[in-house]
Design a protein around this ligand. Structure first.
Ligand code: KIV
Length: 274
């Protein structure tokens, strides 16, 4: 699984054979430039989900439920998840948390909305966690995470993301659960893996988490391409003849182009507006 936010990226990843595309609320940092995912709204998620759904023809599209859209009440959760499906075109939703969100997960599944869980480091709880840090390193934290994973499975989630937890804890959860675990910073024992596409392709370089492997350096390639374009324009090399439109018959200079009216009351030395 890879996180994608627009139709072009979705189309390319779909073509590469990706199983699932996550419209992650990580778009808050990667696309919108915020420090956290907390300012991301439901309308923004719907907008990007629609784009990804338009681009993906084969991959499963899963949309993140943003902060405060599933914590208030179960009925509000159903309405908000329903909008991601109905307006955003997603086939499933993902929400962060374990035991605390189990009732909402159960209700969503009951009404026909597939749910992916997300336990371990849950970025929407950044302030409670005191920053983005690996969790589950102590026996107490590890057993809380294992219990959270069990809770989302019992509630009917079809898969669960395990984020930034020790490999051994992820391996224990993967061995115990029947649903697939999808890891990010959770080691190789998970059933699947997820990365943010902008991280994996070297586009987002504000910070690169330790668990990211850069499969390309598209950021560098874009900077170089932009420099080349700027130089071409400045040196008159672009656009060339092959990028330009020529007329079928050359226009004679003294012959006015059809429909063009002479400009009235033109002041000497001034160009007419428009
Ligand atoms: O928002 C996101 O992209 C995510 C993944 C990192 C799992 O939740």
């Amino acid at each position: 699984m890879l996180a994608a936010y627009d139709a072009t990226m979705a189309r390319l990843l779909d073509r590469a054979g990706i199983d699932a595309l996550l419209v992650g609320d990580s778009l808050g940092t990667v696309i919108l430039g915020y420090d956290t995912t907390l300012p991301v709204t439901l309308d923004v998620m719907i907008h990007h989900s629609r784009a990804v759904s338009n681009g993906a023809k084969r991959a499963l599209v899963i949309a993140d439920m943003p902060f405060l859209t599933y914590q208030v009440s179960v009925s509000e959760t159903v309405r908000n998840a329903g909008r991601l499906i109905q307006e955003g075109g997603a086939a499933a939703v993902k929400l962060e948390g374990g035991a605390a969100v189990a009732d909402s997960v159960r209700r969503l599944v009951d009404v026909g909305i597939p749910v992916m869980g997300h336990v371990g480091l849950t970025p929407q709880s950044v302030h409670r966690l005191g920053g983005y840090r690996a969790v589950g390193k102590t026996p107490r934290e590890a057993s809380e995470i294992i219990e959270d994973a069990r809770a989302v499975e019992r509630a009917g989630a079809f898969a669960v993301v395990l984020e930034s937890i020790p490999d051994a804890v992820a391996a224990a959860i993967t061995a115990e659960l029947k649903i697939p675990t999808i890891g990010i910073g959770a080691g190789p024992a998970c059933d699947g893996q997820v990365l943010v596409s902008y991280d994996a392709f070297g586009l987002f370089d504000v910070f690169v988490p330790r668990f990211v492997k850069q499969y390309a350096r598209l950021g560098e390639a874009m900077v170089n391409a932009a420099k080349e374009y700027i130089a071409d324009v400045q040196q008159g090399k672009f656009p060339g003849g092959e990028h330009s439109v020529s007329m079928e018959q050359p226009v004679k200079k003294e012959q006015p182009v059809k429909n063009e009216q002479p400009v009235k009351n033109e002041q000497p030395g001034k160009k007419a507006a428009g």
